[in-house]
Design a protein around this ligand. Structure first.
Ligand SMILES: [Zn+2]
Ligand SMILES: [Zn+2]
Length: 341
């Protein structure tokens, strides 16, 4: 069954598939000092791929895509895809996050990021928190029943999410359930990415960002299922409240404002495998550049990544490779201009 909307998207796809070869910023001349070009200033023309909107999973109505005029952070007036997402992945299950009992195994809990790397948040980890963090303030279970103290309602989900929460929200395993939250968010992605000479640092969230510093967006990009690759979780704020806020095996969890979002790529969301053993494509950054998995088919990370974890090749143009979940970050700057309105 083809809806009218689908047809519109089909037209966008046709546009999106056009591969545009553009001069790189330094190779295109136009400035008046053309006759002083030295060898160092001559660069090869780079491949610039426009966003392929057909890769997003729009069929179930949790994502809609339209084309709108937009202005980018460098002043470029262009067209963007306006993507409205309900942050509901239909390509994999969500949860579990917090185990119910301290006797529960790893299959009943999610994953938690520690200084020792990513650990299974099973019942034994909950029971052992005071020892693990060397702090007697931890006690997240009922000694008589062995029941883990978890967020049980939307009110607790909201109350426990504030920094320095009241004591009643401390020593609580933070898990908000997707059915409590109706999230919908609108994203603008430039259809043709515009690479800049300098990068822009991305925001890490209101509790981490420094006052007076200019940051790019909090969100790094979108998976093809419409779920966002989000800024780092503020683990210090969470731990200070004697909370844990695990992600599920897919690297995602739910917060009261945005619903489900990713903190790591665990290979669960839709990915586009590449013919040449390059890492699979997993989504688009908000600057229109592709996002790819950390590792290629041989299990290796590219060795030529820049400070934003990007690099360039003829097939894919400029694109990013994410960090693993244990880094609590995908990548933390953009080399492309992003939409500001
Ligand atoms: Zn989160
Ligand atoms: Zn690559």
């Amino acid at each position: 069954m083809k809806s009218k909307f689908r047809d519109n998207v089909g037209q966008l796809i046709a546009k999106g598939l056009i591969v545009i070869l553009m001069c790189s910023l330094t190779g295109c001349g136009g400035d008046s000092d053309d006759n002083s070009v030295t060898d160092e200033e001559v660069t090869t023309d780079g491949t610039v791929l426009s966003v392929d909107s057909s890769l997003f999973l729009v069929d179930d109505g949790y994502i809609t895509i339209t084309t709108v005029p937009c202005t980018l952070s460098d002043g470029t007036e262009t067209d963007c895809y306006q993507i409205v997402s309900q942050h509901t992945p239909l390509d994999h299950e969500m949860g579990p996050w917090c185990p119910e009992y301290i006797t529960d195994g790893a299959e009943n809990g999610g994953l938690w990021i520690t200084d020792d790397g990513v650990v299974d948040l099973d019942g034994a980890f909950i029971e052992n928190l005071a020892t693990f963090y060397n702090d007697d303030g931890w006690k997240m279970y009922d000694e008589d029943t062995g029941e883990v103290i978890r967020v049980e309602t939307i009110e607790e989900c909201q109350g426990g999410a504030q920094p320095n929460p009241p004591a009643e929200y401390q020593n609580m395993c933070a898990q908000c359930l997707p059915e409590w939250i109706e999230a919908q968010e609108t994203y603008l992605i430039p259809i043709v990415p515009v690479k800049q000479e300098t990068s822009i640092q991305l925001g890490d969230g209101p509790t981490i960002d420094l006052a007076g510093v200019e940051y790019g967006p909090y969100v790094r990009g979108l998976a093809f299922n419409g779920v966002r690759f989000d800024h780092p979780a503020d683990l210090d704020v969470i731990l200070a409240a004697y909370q844990v806020a695990p992600v599920d095996d897919a690297g995602g969890h739910v917060n009261n404002a945005l619903g489900y979002h990713y903190h790591g790529d665990m290979g669960f969301s839709t990915r586009i495998t590449q013919d040449d053993d390059h890492a699979a494509m997993i989504g688009y950054a908000l600057d229109g550049h592709g996002i790819y998995a950390q590792l290629d088919a041989e299990g290796n990370e590219p060795t030529d990544l820049d400070d934003c974890r990007g690099h360039e090749d003829e097939t894919r143009g400029y694109h990013y490779h994410v960090m693993p979940l244990e880094n609590n970050e995908f990548f933390d700057c953009f080399y492309g201009a992003y939409a500001v309105e």
